[in-house]
Design a protein around this ligand. Structure first.
Ligand code: 5GP
Length: 189
């Protein structure tokens, strides 16, 4: 997605040749127009998959999941990283190691909002080691539903996430793929 590449090139900040900060439009401040374009792009790519629900993880996945679900005309549910005291329902849960926070989170989705026989589109802001996406996929499968695809806004292709998801049999659509960071500059694939 050319527009996204331009925004990353202009506004992205690379830390330690490892992590990309895109706080000005995706991870802190949000650009609603860009979020809509991303949602439209994901919806177009997965329009023939019979998606019944979009699943993401809080918090940075929520904006793109919402716009994607808007175009697909389906609901969206986000996995929580910390169990809320309001969450009294039965939940599906699994452990996910956070690449940026270097800690393990127990992620949960209420059983009320993740039924069986659904066709789920998983979306997230970044793909690095694949932990977050694989964790969400595990919840979907535990519910007895199918992962129809995984949509990623920014893929760091030099990490193993994409391959892990492909090996698990999932269709992966990334809007931007990064080959490497060199001297804290982004090199696109
Ligand atoms: P993974 O679970 O694939 O290792 O990492 C994906 C998750 O970690 C995403 O949900 C994202 O929040 C975070 N993440 C991984 N790499 C980056 C990065 O370079 N920049 C930002 N902003 N987040 C990242």
């Amino acid at each position: 997605m050319e527009l996204l590449k331009q925004r990353i090139a202009k506004e992205g900040i690379v830390l330690n040749n490892a992590v990309l900060k895109v706080d000005s439009f995706l991870n802190h401040q949000l650009d609603p127009q860009l979020m809509m374009q991303i949602g439209e792009e994901f919806a177009g790519r997965f329009k023939n998959e019979g998606i019944t629900k979009v699943v993401t993880i809080e918090s940075s996945g929520i904006a793109v999941a919402l716009t994607t679900a808007l175009f697909l005309k389906v609901p969206v549910v986000f996995a929580r990283k910390k169990k809320s005291i309001l969450m009294t329902d039965d939940v599906f849960h699994t452990q996910v190691f956070s690449y940026t926070k270097k800690e393990s989170n127990d992620i949960t989705i209420s059983k009320k909002f993740l039924g069986s026989k659904e066709k789920i589109l998983i979306v997230d802001d970044f793909l690095a080691s694949g932990e977050a996406a694989l964790g969400m996929a595990a919840l979907v499968r535990e519910a007895g539903s199918q992962v129809a695809g995984i949509g990623i806004v920014i893929e760091k292709s030099f990490q193993q996430g994409r391959q892990r998801l492909l090996d698990a049999g999932y269709r992966v659509e990334s809007l931007v793929r990064i080959e490497s960071f060199v001297n804290n500059q982004v090199v696109f694939l």
